[in-house]
Design a protein. Structure first.
Length: 171
């Protein structure tokens, strides 16, 4: 399996559909030692004069430890088919603290930049961490975010500069 460089302008489907409907595998670490989890919350666009992506991670996620320990992270978007939904059934429901999600799913970690992505991906974003911040509930000016969190800790968001967009060129 191999990947070729592409651009955010050529993303297919578009970024909204990729995050909300296709879902991504957020990963950090190396091909030898990494963790990954399903995400559907994400934003893509220009920030600070750079092409950036923002992902939202609950403080309890094991993947957060890998995000915090590494300068880069990746988002791998697998084709949205039934087999990959099964993969997300593991990566989006089980924690790497408890199970080996790579072994359970058959995902194949491959180096991507200084980080790790998955050979099964159709599209990979390789991102360099620019900022990490927790939402401050004092800034919630509408009930929607208050209702989402209740008494729980809000998400930590990671802004990453998109350094590479990779698309799969072989099966
Ligand atoms: C469709 C879907 C979308 C998800 N999106 C997010 C997300 O954006 N942020 C987040 O923190 N957790 C999200 N999750 C939950 C994590 O994927 C899940 O808790 C995972 O088991 C965490 O694994 P970890 O502890 O190994 O990091 C989502 C789960 C699913 C099924």
């Amino acid at each position: 399996m191999s990947f070729t460089p592409s651009t955010i302008e050529a993303l297919s489907p578009n970024a909204v559909t990729l995050f909300r409907d296709t879902w991504g595998l957020l990963a950090a670490g190396s091909a030898e030692k990494c963790n990954t989890m399903t995400i559907s919350w994400g934003m893509l666009g220009e920030l600070w004069g750079a092409d950036c992506v923002t992902v939202y991670v609950r403080p309890t996620r094991y993947t957060k430890e890998f995000l915090d320990a590494n300068e880069q992270f990746t988002i791998s978007f697998l084709p949205a088919d039934a087999a990959n939904r099964k993969i997300h059934g593991v990566t989006g429901a089980q924690s790497g603290r408890d199970v080996d999600k790579i072994a359970l799913t058959g995902l194949t970690p491959v180096p991507a930049g200084e980080s790790v992505a998955f050979a099964q991906a159709q599209t990979v974003l390789v991102c360099r961490k620019l900022a990490v911040q927790a939402f401050d509930p004092a800034g919630f000016v509408d009930d929607l975010p208050r209702k989402v969190y209740g008494d729980e800790d809000p998400h930590v968001f990671y802004v990453g500069k998109i350094e590479q967009v990779l698309v799969r060129t072989s099966a």
